[in-house]
Structures are given as C-alpha cells and as structure tokens.
Design a protein around this ligand. Structure first.
Ligand code: FAD
Ligand code: PYC
Length: 405
C-alpha cells in the first residue's frame, strides 16, 4: 500500500550542532520538543537546540498509555493539567499535524467506600474550579463502557465511577513528531544521538554549555527535560533533586474489532485500559517497586495487572497479549511535578512528571518555554517549585495520580 508514497522529505532537519545556542533543551521527548516549539512560536527565541541521546520520542513519550485528563485535586495541579487539556483540544490545528486527540472519556472505577469518598471529593473540587467530572452509578458506568462487569458477586464489585468526559487519549508519536516539525520549521535544531555527559559552569556558577558525545556545545540557558534521567542530569550541575527513577510497564493485546469505547482506570484493583485505533487493548501497570534504569521491568507486575483486567473484564480472559515494555519515570514524594528555576543560574528544570506527564505535554511545554524565556515561572506553574521540598508546601496528588507507586 505504501508503494506510491515516494519522495517524502524528512519532516524535520537534522543539522550539525552549532558552536553555541541561546537555549539548549536536554531531552527530545514531547516536553522538550514542545518547549522548543513554544520558545520559537510564542517568544521569538529560535537559536535553540534540542539534544536527544537516542531518537526523539523514544523515551516515555513513545512508551506511555496516552491517558489524558485534568481531574486533579489541588489548584496548582488543576491549573496546569487543565491548561494542557485546553491545548490538546486545538493541538492538531495548531501544529497542522494530526495528534489524534480523542476525548472519549476517562472513567475511574470506585470499588469501596474509600474510593467513593475520594472520587466525590475530587469531583466537587474539579466542578468548583470549572473542570468537568461527574459521578456515575454502576449501571451508568456499564452503559458508558459495555464490556465492564458490574455484577454484585464479582470479586471486586464496583459501587460507582468518576467520569471526565473531556478526558481521552492521543497518538504519542504524532505529538513528538508534530512538535519537532513545528520547531524545526521555525529554526530550532533537533539533534538526535547526542548524549549530554556534563554541564559546564563559569566561575560565578552560571551555565556555559554542555559536554556531549559530539563535543562541547555552548549555551546561555539550559532546560533539563529528561524524565527518568532528570536526577542524572541535575547531578552534572551539582544539584540534588528529590526524585526516584522507577520502571513503569505497559502492554498491548492482539488487535480486536472496535469494542472498548473509552478509557477505564481502576486505582484499587489496579490496571488501566483503552483500545487503540489499531484495535489493540492498551493496558498499563503500577510502577515496579524498586529504583532502576532498566526498561525491562518485572514479570510479576504484568501478570498482576492482567489478573486485575480479567477480574474487571472477564470477556478479555482469552485475549492474547502481543508486546510489553517499560519506561523510566521520575517520581516525586508528593506525586506532583517540578518546574522552575534551580540554584544554578541559567539552569531550568522540568521534571517529576512521573507516571502522569503525557497528558501534561502541551501545557508543561508551553509553561516551560515561558520560564526559560522570562526567567520566572508563569502563574499557572508558580507552585511547582523545587523549593517546596524545603519549605514543606507539598502538593499531595497521590490519589489523583491514579497509578500505584
Ligand atoms: P521523555 O519522552 O522520556 O523524554 C525525555 C528524553 O530525554 C528521552 O527521550 C531521553 O532519551 C532523553 N535524555 C535522557 N537523558 C539524556 C541525556 N543525558 N542527553 C540527552 N538526552 C537525554 N502519562 C500520562 O499522562 N498518561 C498515561 O497514560 C501515561 N502512561 C504511562 C505509561 C508508561 C508505561 C510510562 C512509562 C509512562 C506513562 N506516563 C503517562 C508518563 C509519561 O509517559 C511521562 O510523564 C511523559 O511522557 C514524560 O515526557 P517527557 O517528554 O518529559 O519525557
Ligand atoms: O496519569 O492518567 C495517568 C496515567 C494513566 C496511566 C498512567 N498514567
């Protein structure tokens, strides 16, 4: 079918690195590429390089289960995730690249009175803040998602669900490629296979550039957006950050006809599931319970996840699983991200998105660009400081993170 598709040019340029840039972004995931795009588009800063040690989108951007929602509890979180959700709604038009954002609804299952109280608290907080979220009875949940088993004698019966109708999914690769093309068209250099191995500073402590496997590259400002390797990068500038890096795994089934119309997450039995446009069931797990940089992950985590899926959806018991993989997520103690200045002049950090940063990609990138351009955070990201781990003003989103840690 592809025989007629000849003469397609590359979608972004692959130039040799310049000697120096106004801004270097470390990490060619959605967040880093998006920040470069918004630096060029909204702040007129185009002398920018995105340095990626592998291929763009090959990190968590290309490994996640693409669930998008903004139903968090605290204002700091609702601000940034809702900003992001609004950008998702128009992202394909903005980039002129189909990111396949599909607001098919994210339904979180409640299995006990604790879940019910917690979800209703989130629903009330969201609605008071102007964010859609609603409570469903088991029958309404079944009507929204017909494969769901709501039998009272199920092993983990459900007593309701929280539904965010504007939540959904998007196509992960397209997000990276769309931002890359948009940034490259505006003059940004995207440099793949370029691993940062050191961050250099002058005698005043300010950053001067990075050492890479392709030599030294100078920069006035550096943005670290390296997900699971954030603490490795920050250590190169002598900054210790409160992050733990852990594997998070996902898997997909053989392709099935379209039959699963929404996204379902069960925080208690623990699994999350949707169906991709290729027909595969996309299923995700909780984090492996140890720190690691291995993208393999433990088999027992996957089998536990499939146990949960089979309890919730008995009709999937004979479906075959096709592929499994892991990504390394950077987790903070309060399960909220860090975006802000650092003790090192010229060094900016975007990290700690942990298990939940895909949904935040456009919003985080947009506000990270603002931070780098202006040197101070946008009001929508003002609470996400590194400093909160010193002052104790934490943003505890453990419940809303909805992924077992
Ligand atoms: P990445 O895409 O990981 O980009 C960081 C890049 O930095 C990588 O490409 C890496 O190679 C590069 N890098 C690292 N070190 C260096 C270096 N020294 N030099 C140069 N480059 C370097 N979030 C959701 O919202 N919804 C979900 O459903 C969801 N599901 C998930 C499922 C799984 C299995 C996983 C692993 C994660 C999931 N997440 C989810 C989390 C989400 O994927 C991440 O938070 C988000 O994608 C992070 O994006 P990023 O652009 O910051 O990171
Ligand atoms: O943050 O919504 C989320 C999520 C779902 C699966 C992994 N993370």
């Amino acid at each position: 079918a592809l025989r007629g598709h000849k003469g397609w040019g590359p979608q972004w340029a692959s130039p040799e690195p310049r000697k120096d840039y106004d801004v270097i972004i470390i990490g060619g995931g959605g967040h880093g590429l998006g920040a470069a795009y918004y630096l060029a588009k909204e702040h007129g800063i185009t002398n920018v390089a995105v340095l990626e040690k592998g291929w763009i989108g090959g990190g968590n951007t290309g490994r996640n289960t693409t669930i998008i929602r903004s139903n968090y509890l605290y204002e700091e979180s609702m601000d940034i995730y809702e900003h992001s959700l609004k950008l998702w709604e128009n992202l394909s038009q903005d980039l002129n690249y189909n990111v396949m954002y599909s607001p098919r609804g994210v339904m979180m299952l409640s299995h006990n009175i604790h879940d019910q109280q917690s979800f209703k608290r989130h629903i009330n907080a969201n609605r008071l803040y102007g964010i859609d979220n609603e409570w469903l009875t088991p029958e309404q949940a079944k009507a929204y998602c017909p494969p769901l088993d709501i039998a009272k004698n199920a092993r983990y019966p459900i007593n309701g669900a929280a539904l965010q109708r504007r939540g959904g999914t998007a196509r992960h690769d397209a997000v990276a490629w769309g931002y890359a093309r948009g940034a490259s068209d505006r003059g940004v250099h995207i440099i793949q296979n370029c691993e940062v191995t050191g961050i250099r500073r002058d005698e005043t402590g300010k950053v001067t550039g990075v050492d890479t496997n392709r030599g030294f590259i100078g920069a006035k400002k550096i943005g670290v957006s390296a997900a699971g390797h954030s603490s490795v990068l920050m250590e190169m500038a002598d900054v210790r950050v409160p992050l733990q890096s852990q594997p998070l795994q996902a898997l997909v089934s053989e392709p099935l006809k379209p039959m699963f119309p929404c996204v379902v997450m069960s925080n208690s039995v623990h699994a999350y599931i949707s169906q991709s446009d290729k027909g595969e069931l996309v299923i995700g797990a909780g984090t492996d319970q140890y720190n690691s940089y291995s993208q393999t992950g433990g088999l027992q985590i996957i089998t536990h996840t499939l146990d949960a899926i089979c309890e919730l959806f008995p009709m999937f018991r004979r479906v075959k699983m096709m592929r499994q993989w892991g990504g390394i997520v950077d987790v903070t103690q309060d399960r909220s991200p860090i975006q802000g200045i650092t003790p090192v002049p010229g060094l900016f950090l975007n990290a700690g998105w942990g298990t939940g940063g895909f949904k935040a990609t456009p919003g985080s990138a947009n506000l990270f660009a603002h931070l780098i351009a202006r040197g101070e955070p946008h009001r929508l990201a003002a609470g996400l400081t590194l400093d909160r781990f010193r002052t104790g003003r934490l943003i505890d989103e453990a419940a809303a993170a909805a992924v077992a840690h």
